[in-house]
Write a protein that binds this ligand. Structure first.
Ligand code: AMP
Length: 214
């Protein structure tokens, strides 16, 4: 089965998906992480994706479907948490190609005001070694600049977390991704998760919903 996490960039999808993976045994599939791996490896896909990602725009649906299929696989016993896909209406249709092995069981929309988003994104840091996500004030590591999970010293900021890129990503979200939320709102799988509060408060809301379907 698939559970979709949707919401604006910086709403906390990645952080929450990490917690759900760790505590509830889902497997997180993040298309953003998968693309960043391709960029790091310098593959053909990575070369095409890098510039698009830095500008805050969406990488092509064809590339994303290829990545999605490879990342999700065909083991229907797995519980997959999709972070960052689908991001437009044609990706909602593309997701149907996976439905025999992985039907969509829930769509959790983490709803955060755009005003809060900028603070969240510009304060976001990640571990270059294991990918754990932090925030300088809202979800700081126990020791400043050191990863709690793997002990790596020196947390990094994503290239597309600058103010200019964030504004572009929010515009893309309004134009491309909001329509998918309107689409899913009609379905019984849709749940709105208020994105206010700290990481644990939001996690609790999500876990309650996931227990209903597990
Ligand atoms: P994220 O880590 O989910 O914020 O994704 C970072 C960037 O990767 C986005 O701003 C897009 O450029 C690209 N990306 C990730 N997922 C998708 C998707 N489903 N469709 C198109 N582009 C994507």
């Amino acid at each position: 089965m698939i559970v979709i996490f949707t919401g604006a960039p910086g709403a906390g999808k990645g952080t929450q998906a990490d917690l759900v993976q760790e505590r509830l045994g889902f497997r997180k599939v993040s298309t953003g992480d998968a693309l960043r791996r391709q960029v790091k490896l310098g593959t053909e896909i990575g070369k095409v994706a890098e510039e698009v990602m830095t500008s805050g725009n969406l990488v092509s649906d064809e590339i994303l479907l290829k990545i999605l299929k490879a990342e999700v696989g065909t083991d229907s016993s797995e519980r997959i948490l999709l972070d960052g896909y689908p991001r437009n209406l044609s990706q909602v249709s593309d997701l149907n190609e996976l439905k025999d092995d992985h039907p969509v069981k829930a769509v959790l929309h983490i709803d955060v005001d755009h005003a809060d988003i900028k603070e969240r994104i510009t304060g976001r840091r990640n571990c270059p070694q294991c990918g754990s996500i932090y925030h300088v004030t809202l979800n700081a590591p126990k020791v400043e600049n050191v990863c709690d999970q793997c002990g790596h010293k020196g947390l990094a900021q994503r290239k597309d977390d600058t103010e200019v890129a964030v504004e572009a990503r929010l515009r893309v979200f309004d134009a491309e991704t909001k329509p998918i939320i309107e689409h899913y709102q009609q379905s019984k799988q849709y749940v709105r998760i208020p994105g206010s509060g700290n990481v644990e408060q939001i996690y609790k809301r999500i876990a309650e919903e996931l227990k209903k379907i597990s």
